[in-house]
Write a protein of this length. Structure first.
Length: 452
């Protein structure tokens, strides 16, 4: 599975992530309860071993009756992805189809056009949009500080690509399907008045979340909101879908009681009522290293229970230390592709069991920021003329699609089908060469057997 954007060796330092950005081992044993899976009537967790309700299953059946899966624009559709868009549009099938087509067009075209430029580097390092830790449910904690855009109007146009760059790292490195699928966001309006609120930048961030990262927002807290900023909010919220509005809290204070309950003081920056010190470097992310939770409670399964789940359900993602156990005890589990991680001192390639199958040390010293700043390869003149900067670029990793018969049993009505598995999601495609899969009676698969 690739990051989705091009790796650029000249900007190697932007792609090298610290180890602690990955989920801790305890996160793999986290068992989200009803309050974490649903926010009111809105689902937050869609993937992994999560089971769908009868109502959700009926909506999925009806949706797939209206969709021609042979169309190229739906070649990468997955059940969790469809359900995200159905919730976003209150189960309006036509609007969900329209949004999905737009999403795949973005993923297959616009996202691939994101390249690292000097202005994008400036935006990443500006502290405008950064990841600072995790909440008590292991969800990454984002801090957005709009005032940092005031002195840098020249890179406002790069805000959208900056959001994509950060969010792709968030999805690629920091989540666990079925356990951790969302983020918590703090927007700090301190230092802003009515006349200098960067409305365009905020609209781009909101659009980035709700159009291309559906159901990734867990909670959002907008702090230090003045009376005049509230008036701006009345305008901005018109661009926010109803589902997202349920997740947003506003206050004129520097913190929020609910935020203090949600994030451990060791993870919450001092500016918002916690004990954590914000790093001087905004990117790559640097965490405080403090506690995420005070103790493990009933929301965490034991190691024995986790091993049982790994054996019984191939959608359960094992922690790295149980990768070998998964290989030995899941003989029927098919390989689902590889995932590449760029760390500060190495490159790891992991299999679907989350085990390292290749560890590449650094052969050369990563590029330095000051060297990049002086590089003649990126000039404003080139950007203005629309010339493509001549940078040696490579894809982080190419996905090798491998047939997985066991993963497409929910399509037993189709006479012939082929399925490929990308990371932890099932990608459905129609083929003329693969025979009908055998019947499986496992309870996990029975839920979705008749969806299509």
């Amino acid at each position: 599975m690739s990051l989705g954007i091009k790796y650029d060796e000249n900007y190697d330092f932007l792609f090298r992530m610290p180890d602690d950005i990955m989920p801790p081992s305890s996160a793999y044993r986290f068992d989200p309860g009803q309050n974490e899976v649903f926010l009111g009537n809105v689902r937050l967790i869609y993937e992994g071993y999560q089971k769908f309700t009868v109502e959700e299953t009926n909506h999925l059946k009806e949706f797939f009756k209206r969709v021609d899966k042979n169309k190229p624009e739906f070649s990468g559709v997955t059940i969790p992805l469809v359900l995200r868009y159905l919730y976003a549009h209150k189960f309006n099938y036509d609007k969900a189809v329209e949004s999905l087509v737009t999403y795949f067009r973005w993923r297959n075209s616009d996202l691939k056009q994101v390249t690292v430029t000097p202005r994008l580097v400036q935006a990443l390092e500006s502290k405008f949009f950064r990841i600072v830790g995790r909440d008590k449910y292991y969800r990454p904690l984002f801090v957005v500080t709009p005032k940092y855009t005031l002195n840098n109007p020249e890179w406002i146009d790069e805000i959208e690509h900056t959001c994509y760059f950060i969010m792709q790292h968030f999805v690629h490195y920091m989540l666990i399907p079925g356990c951790v699928e969302n983020c918590t966001v703090i927007i700090d309006f301190s230092g802003l008045g009515m006349l200098n609120v960067p409305k365009d930048a905020l609209k781009k961030i909101i659009a980035s979340f709700q159009n291309n990262y559906r159901a990734r927002l867990g909670k959002m807290y907008i702090l230090n909101v003045s009376f005049l900023v509230k008036a701006i909010w009345m305008i901005v919220k018109a661009f926010i879908d109803p589902v997202t509005k349920l997740k947003i809290q506003l206050t004129n204070s520097a913190t929020h009681p609910e935020l203090l309950q949600l994030v451990h003081p060791d993870q919450l920056p001092k500016e918002f009522g916690g004990n954590a010190e914000l790093s001087a470097e905004a990117w790559p992310p640097t965490f405080s290293g403090g506690r995420i939770r005070d103790e493990f409670d009933e929301e965490h399964v034991t190691e024995e229970e986790l091993k049982k789940r790994i054996v019984e359900n191939d959608k359960v993602v094992p922690p790295p230390e149980l990768a070998q156990f998964a290989r030995e005890h899941c003989k029927n589990r098919k390989q689902k592709g590889k995932k590449t991680y760029y760390f500060k001192d190495r490159i790891e390639i992991r299999d679907s069991f989350n085990g390292i199958i290749e560890d590449k040390g650094l052969k050369e010293k990563p590029a330095k920021k000051d060297e990049i700043a002086e590089s003649p390869k990126h000039t404003d003149q080139q950007q203005k003329m629309g010339e493509k900067a001549k940078i040696k670029s490579i894809e982080i990793v190419k996905i090798k699609e491998i047939p997985v018969i066991e993963e497409c049993k929910q399509f037993t009505e189709a006479p012939k089908a082929e399925a490929t598995h990308e990371a932890h999601n099932t990608i459905f495609r129609i083929s003329k060469s693969v025979p009908k899969p055998q019947r499986d009676t496992s309870p996990c698969l029975q839920i979705n057997k008749e969806l299509c």
